[in-house]
Write a protein that binds this ligand. Structure first.
Ligand SMILES: [Zn+2]
Length: 296
């Protein structure tokens, strides 16, 4: 299995794990580790651990009952009614290693050492240290603020979107708002809106019934399609960089796979939205606010 890779060389590409990436991580690790016994758990360096009771030592000797996903969170259930709730944030990965982390590994936020020598590691690349972990009693999990505030799952069976998105906010912001619908981030939102042929800046409250139905169908299809792709192309050990099957996001300047028009990008806050002007905005190229400010 994979050896040490120092933080400086980590090939992190800035893709934040979203529903498909977290789901494939949970599926593969669940299949591999269900029933494994935990030897010890450590949270080295800058402490990503946000809880202190029960202590991590409570996991010693416990067995892994399941590894699963809720929204963009990973959940590790252990016997003894204990649950680790983890959020990878923008640059984290949960990966399984044959060997234990060396003392110079600065990317690890949580080490779950298993009987037999393997180690499950929550690693974080990049300069920000934002990934977090909570150890909770199983009964407290659903009441934890992080899960209690989540909207319904975007996949596999989201509720009808007309009501859910009925707000005067742009679709790209609504779909990424975890309190509205859970699991979608800045990569997959571009793919979903392109698939549904809707402008990222159309307001949720302006969706008609047919558009809302189409958007729901694309949400299920795009996220499910990504998962099918990962199921066929990814196995353990999970790579640092998953092969995201994106067609639109980060493809600005290239021809639209549907109509051949050149995909455009618009900067919004600190990120970039890609879209097809022909398929999504009636030919209009959306104003790049940063650029228009410079030209004024
Ligand atoms: Zn197009």
């Amino acid at each position: 299995m994979r050896g040490e890779s120092p933080a400086a060389r980590a090939p992190y590409d800035g893709a934040m794990p979203e529903l498909p990436e977290v789901e494939i991580t949970a599926r593969l690790l669940d299949r591999e580790l269900r029933g494994e016994q935990i030897e010890s758990v450590l949270a080295p360096g800058i402490n990503a651990l946000k809880t202190f009771e029960p202590p991590l030592a409570a996991l010693e000797g416990k067995r892994i009952e399941a590894i699963r996903r809720r929204g963009k969170h990973l959940i590790l259930d252990a016997d003894g009614e204990l649950t680790l709730l983890m959020h990878l944030m923008s640059a984290g990965r949960l990966q399984l290693y044959d060997k234990r982390a060396g003392p110079r590994d600065r990317t690890s936020r949580l080490l779950v050492r298993l009987e037999g020598g393997r180690e499950l590691r929550l690693r974080e690349f990049g300069s920000k240290q934002a990934a977090w972990v909570k150890l909770l009693r199983s009964g407290e999990l659903e009441q934890d603020h992080a899960l209690a505030t989540l909207g319904p799952e975007a996949w596999p069976e989201p509720p009808p979107l007309a009501e859910l998105l009925d707000a005067p906010r742009p679709l790209h912001a609504l779909l990424r708002d975890q309190r509205t619908i859970a699991g979608i981030g800045r990569s997959w939102v571009d793919e979903i809106l392109w698939g549904a042929m809707l402008s990222p800046f159309k307001r949720g409250s302006d969706l008609d019934e047919a558009e809302a139905a189409r958007l729901r169908e694309e949400t299920i299809g795009v996220l499910g399609g990504a998962l099918t792709h990962y199921d066929q192309s990814v196995s353990l050990p999970l790579p640092d960089k998953l092969p995201l099957p994106l067609q639109v996001h980060r493809h600005e300047g290239e021809p639209c796979p549907r109509c051949g028009a050149i995909l455009q990008a618009v900067h919004f806050e600190d990120y970039v939205i890609a879209y097809c002007p022909t398929c999504q905005t009636e030919g209009r190229v959306l104003k790049d606010r940063r650029l228009s400010r410079l030209l004024r």
